[in-house]
Design a protein around this ligand. Structure first.
Ligand code: MN
Length: 501
């Protein structure tokens, strides 16, 4: 299924009637051709719908009011063909509640040096028109993405496509319910935070469900349903010898199949798209839902361990952004360090819950005892992640604001771990372990993160801008000295920010 097929992005062309009706008719024809070209490019995940030219304040307000009320519309692209006097955009922009992309492009590509005349100029005025629009958006302190490029170029499409993924993920988050099975792990600070502020700022809603409410769903799963699901496991995974059908540990696999079916049913019934678990609150369960969490993550459910609802939400959001792209995304935890000079790295893993989408090879079903909390003997998919570049992200609550921290990382090949039966990845944080991990710690980042091979730091930056939360990027250019200054400046910015709007 194409996750984005039920969404639209609207395209609005700014104009005015100063140049006569004929000019507006031509602009309308150009806009139609441009939108058709964007859709035909095959480079955009979300359909673009042309909404006509806006020539007055009343028309602008009408378009943005409709966009706010339309559930399919996840954002609006504006393009100023002409010098569209920007006071007419004030009311509409002030009312507009969805992501905005300002496309600075032009119908015509290169200047026709020998033929250019005033008629040509009447139809190709974006160079100044888009600056007038840019002024009023800045004057209103309106968050938006500015994309500059020719509308037929693939590089322009890629910028728009990234923003579309973010806009769809934002729409998804406004309708995102997260179920927590058990509370935040006792005494843990970084995974906790203000759920009311999160709903105001980020849109998602967090509910609690005692594990006892889930248990009947798992107990109601039939043997026939389990048979069918185990047959699916046998088709797509390898099995350790001691948990194949007919062996002693096979029952644990069947128990986790029941957990998967029951959990999915419960979440569907509650219309939840993300969930958290807790290894310390498992009354009535036969094992921690590790394998079930791995399976549901691969379907797009956000996951956070130990009650980490912020990471569960971000995992869901990044899964939506990455939908349809190769590479995979997952919940991960900084597990243990590997000091090895310039190749120093961090082993990323968890007790159980890593998304098999990032696996390098066919995952293997294994069953082992897990001593922590009430976990019991647990089924899990064991694999190592493939190599490649990706991003690790987290959101922490700083008391007066949410802070997103993003670290670009290079996933490298780990060695075999014959005595550690967990799924894992091994990465070098950019620019290296010393600076990458140092900056992350100075910024107050979590030990849990949401990781993706296909989401980019630019997409996360756009997301943070839409949400109006702080965003710190740790990449190849980061130095601790400059990073510390950024933290201090941001502290001031967020103290003053509210008085600017
Ligand atoms: Mn953890």
């Amino acid at each position: 299924m194409n996750y984005f097929e039920n969404y639209e992005v609207w395209f609005v062309t700014g104009a005015q009637l100063l140049y006569g009706g004929d000019a507006v008719i031509s602009v309308d024809a150009h806009s139609n051709e441009m939108v058709a070209g964007l859709n035909a490019s095959g480079n955009l995940p979300v359909k673009v719908v042309y909404k006509g030219t806006a020539n007055s304040s009343a028309e602008v307000s009408e378009i943005f009011r409709s966009a706010n009320g339309d559930t399919k519309c996840v954002g609006v692209i504006t393009w100023m063909h002409t010098f569209s006097p920007a006071k007419m955009w004030i009311h509409g922009l002030m009312d507009f509640k969805k992501p905005l992309l300002h496309l600075h492009t032009q119908y015509n590509e290169e200047i026709p040096w020998n033929d250019i005349d005033m008629d040509f100029m009447n139809l190709n005025q974006s160079a100044h028109g888009d600056r007038e629009f840019g002024h009023i958006t800045s004057r209103l302190r309106k968050p938006r993405k500015v994309v500059v490029g020719y509308w037929k170029d693939k590089s322009t499409h890629q910028k728009i496509a990234g923003w579309m993924r973010v806009a769809a993920a934002w729409a998804d988050a406004q309708d995102l319910r997260i179920i927590r099975f058990g509370d935040n792990m006792n005494n843990v600070a970084v995974t906790d935070g203000d759920k009311v502020e999160a709903e105001i700022r980020l849109g998602y809603h967090v509910d609690n469900a005692p594990i006892a409410k889930l248990v009947p769903y798992i107990e109601a799963v039939t043997e026939a349903e389990i048979d069918t699901l185990v047959a699916e496991y046998e088709r797509i995974y390898d099995f350790a010898d001691d948990c194949k059908k007919g062996t002693e540990k096979h029952q644990y696999v069947r128990d986790s199949a029941a957990q998967e079916i029951g959990l999915r049913r419960f979440l569907q019934e509650k219309k939840a798209k993300a969930f958290t678990t807790s290894f310390d609150e498992l009354e009535g369960m036969k094992q921690l839902m590790g394998f079930a969490s791995q399976r549901l993550m691969a379907e797009g459910y956000g996951f956070g361990a130990e009650g980490d609802w912020k990471t569960a939400a971000l995992c869901r959001t990044m899964w939506v952004m990455a939908s349809g792209l190769p590479g995979g995304s997952s919940f991960l935890e900084d597990y243990t360090l590997n000091f090895d000079g310039e190749k120093s790295s961090i082993l990323q893993a968890h007790m159980l819950e890593i998304n098999p989408e990032i696996a390098a090879k066919k995952p293997r079903v294994e069953v082992h005892y897990l001593g922590i909390g009430d976990s019991g003997t647990c089924t899990r998919l064991v694999f190592q992640a493939h190599e490649g570049e990706g991003v690790a992200a987290t959101i922490v609550d700083m008391g007066n604001r949410f802070r997103m921290i993003v670290n670009e990382v290079e996933v490298i090949k780990p060695k075999p771990l014959p005595k550690l039966p967990v799924a894992c990845a091994l990465w070098i944080p950019q620019p290296n372990l010393e600076v990458g991990a140092g900056a992350w710690i100075i910024a107050g980042g979590t030990h849990h993160s949401s990781f993706s091979f296909s989401v980019t730091s630019e997409m996360l930056e756009d997301y943070a801008e839409i949400a109006d939360i702080e965003m710190l990027l740790i990449d190849k250019k980061t130095t601790i000295r400059e990073f510390k200054k950024e933290l201090k400046w941001n502290e001031l910015y967020y103290m003053l920010n509210k008085s600017l709007r």
